[in-house]
Design a protein around this ligand. Structure first.
Ligand code: TXA
Ligand code: MG
Length: 323
């Protein structure tokens, strides 16, 4: 496939030339461009059909000097960096007034989201490039994130940007986003596999109203959506849900398996389930069914990130008998 490029130097050359490139990260694949090149960054918004007001995450290599871009780094953020980078954690800081980063990348919000991905291919590209990359998930805006190269090719069949294969993504859902704007406390803006109880060992966490003022995917009512309509249900609603629907692809947990109604059963470990989630959702979307039904995971902290993705991807089961 001509779009698949193996040579890292060629990828770096394309990025330096202002081209957009599909790259692997440990979370999901990203659509990357040189963060300092306005025209390159604009191409990302066009390809994804993403609103210009929706800022991008900047990706850097370990040990790069953040003071080039960031006004102040609270002490707790230094602990987060030390313990979680490289890894699936994005930190939002106050942006310096004068930087070399494209204003399009930050959506003119005066803040910048930064992450250091833990994937050898992404890190080699960053180290060779020597400058930051912006990279949203490599899917059309609002749709399911890609966790392998084939997903990008399927989502953008007519586009010719290069893609580099880094295998299937280990984490499988997007990074945890944490606001480090306040010097005293951090705020989780988007849940991920690094969960609240772990983060709170390194800083004070406060759930404040800034979530509503910042444009984060997690704040949109719908996101991560397959083409097939998706309905989610609680375990106790399963029978009513199956009775009132037809020709559905069912993704669930162990309890429903006995009834032989489940097309795919999530692993019981939340991290393994996260790794499978988008991959299975895409498989369900291709199964020529009228509907995708997903059983909600247990209402426990370690499942929060997946529950959030499922709820944004569909609508709750509406049980007429409960009226
Ligand atoms: O795991 C990830 O984070 C993946 C991989 C490719 O790195 N990237 C990703 O990008 O999920 P995207 O664009 O699909 O989601 C980035 C989210 C958006 O919801 C955006 O609003 C938020 O990050 N964001 C970006 N800059 C921000 C900022 N300055 N303040 C608050 N949120 C920001
Ligand atoms: Mg995305």
């Amino acid at each position: 496939m001509s779009r698949l490029v193996k040579n890292l130097d060629l990828i770096v050359h394309k990025l330096l030339n202002g081209e957009v490139v599909g790259i692997p990260t440990e979370t999901v694949y990203g659509l990357a461009a040189d963060a300092t090149n306005d025209a390159a960054v604009e191409k990302i918004f066009t390809i994804k059909n993403r609103p210009l007001t929706h800022p991008l995450i900047m990706h850097i290599a370990p040990d790069w000097d953040l003071s080039k871009w960031v006004e102040t780094i609270p002490e707790y953020a230094l602990y987060l960096i030390k313990n979680f980078w490289p890894g699936p954690m994005t930190l939002v800081f106050k942006l310096k007034t004068k930087t070399n980063i494209s204003k399009l990348a930050t959506g003119n919000q005066g803040t910048i989201a930064i992450r250091c991905p833990n994937h050898p291919v992404a890190l080699s590209i960053l180290n060779k490039l020597g400058r930051p990359l912006v990279a949203p998930s490599a899917n059309p805006f609002g749709k399911v994130s890609p966790t392998e190269v084939l997903h990008i090719i399927q989502d953008f069949p007519d586009l010719s940007f290069a893609i580099i294969d880094g295998g299937r993504c280990d984490v499988g859902i997007e990074s945890t986003i944490i606001s480090c704007i306040n010097p005293q406390y951090a705020t989780i803006l988007r849940p991920g596999i690094i969960e609240e109880s772990v983060i709170s060992k390194f800083c004070n966490l406060k759930d404040v109203d800034i979530k509503n003022k910042i444009r984060v995917s997690g704040n949109l009512k719908s996101h991560y959506q397959p083409h097939t309509p998706l309905i989610y249900f609680k375990t106790e609603e399963a029978s009513a849900c199956f009775e009132s629907t037809e020709n559905a692809y069912v993704i669930g947990f162990t309890k429903l398996i006995a009834k032989n109604l489940v097309n795919y059963c999530f692993p019981t470990c939340s991290k393994q389930a996260a790794r499978e989630f988008y991959w299975q959702l895409r498989k369900a979307d291709k199964a020529n069914k009228n509907l995708i039904l997903i059983e909600l995971p247990p209402n426990k902290p370690e499942w929060l990130a997946l529950i959030e993705r499922i709820k944004k991807a569909g609508k709750p089961f509406y049980n007429p008998a409960m009226l």
